[in-house]
Design a protein around this ligand. Structure first.
Ligand code: 9D3
Length: 240
């Protein structure tokens, strides 16, 4: 097991009523290596620890009536009070926020400390939106049951941009979603050279590296134009 060589360049504190959801994710793959090497610290905190209620409740009925429950402000404010370190960025995972982009991930990777708040139920008390958080982030226009999966997406997209987290080969790829330069990858093949009568393109077996590079560029352009033409257009203003 590698030993931690320096303090983490980023600390991510997640606040959730389901901290166990983060266990497998935090231990596997690139995220697992980043955590194990000490480059990033990821901690999942149980929001119930900050509940003053005898039943450790974190939600209550909505004033004005209606279906569903609302996350109470007190445990969330108390969690932020105890985790906040002065240079912290407090983020609420929320369908209201702007949708995560690679450029937002790049900006988060420059921070020292992220506190990611995960809601459940019908949402969180409005005072949390208005007075507790620095920003809100959504991961897309579909309805999830809570912020936990979104927090993992934000944390993973951010962590892989930190120095030393990716190997050299993977790092080179990072420019590919730069605003305005977004491109899909080229088609990849591995052995066998022929599978069920389907052959690998000859150029890839030619050994001609200039020709291979040109073919890949052209294929990437063609795939992007056909499948994701939006990536070739100008970036939205908020992404730059
Ligand atoms: C169905 C209830 N909605 C009222 C119109 C509001 C609502 C509240 C809470 C919808 C979803 C959620 C739970 N989702 C998140 O906390 C969440 C989320 C998401 O659902 N989609 C994309 N990104 C995110 S970030 C957090």
């Amino acid at each position: 097991m590698p030993v931690q060589t320096s303090c983490p360049s980023l600390v991510i504190d997640v606040v959730t009523i389901f901290p166990e959801m983060f266990t497998a994710w935090r231990g596997a793959g690139v995220v697992g290596k980043a955590v194990e090497s000490g480059r990033v610290a990821v901690r999942a905190h149980d929001l119930r620890a900050w509940s003053q209620d005898k039943h450790r409740k974190t939600d209550d009925y909505p004033f004005g009536g209606g279906a569903g429950m609302v996350m109470c402000p007190e445990p969330l404010f108390a969690a932020v009070d105890s985790l906040c370190a002065g240079d912290s960025t407090v983020i609420l995972m929320s369908p209201r926020g702007p949708v995560l982009t690679q450029s937002m991930a790049r900006s988060l990777a420059a921070r020292k400390h992220l506190i990611l708040l995960c809601g459940r139920y019908e949402g969180v008390d409005e005072r949390v939106h208005e007075h507790l958080v620095d920003l809100e982030i959504s991961i897309g226009d579909y309805i999830l049951s809570g912020g936990e999966l979104a927090a993992m997406v934000v944390a993973e997209a951010t962590m892989r941009l930190l120095p030393g987290v990716l190997g050299d080969a993977e790092s080179l790829e990072q420019d590919s979603f730069a605003p305005g330069h977004g491109m899909l990858g080229w088609p990849q093949y591995t052995r066998p050279r022929e599978y069920r009568g389907l052959a690998v393109p000859d150029v890839l077996l030619s050994g001609n590296h200039a020709q291979i590079a040109a073919w890949r560029r052209e294929q990437a352009r063609e795939l992007t134009g056909r499948l994701r033409p939006d990536l070739l257009r100008e970036p939205a203003a908020h992404e730059e």
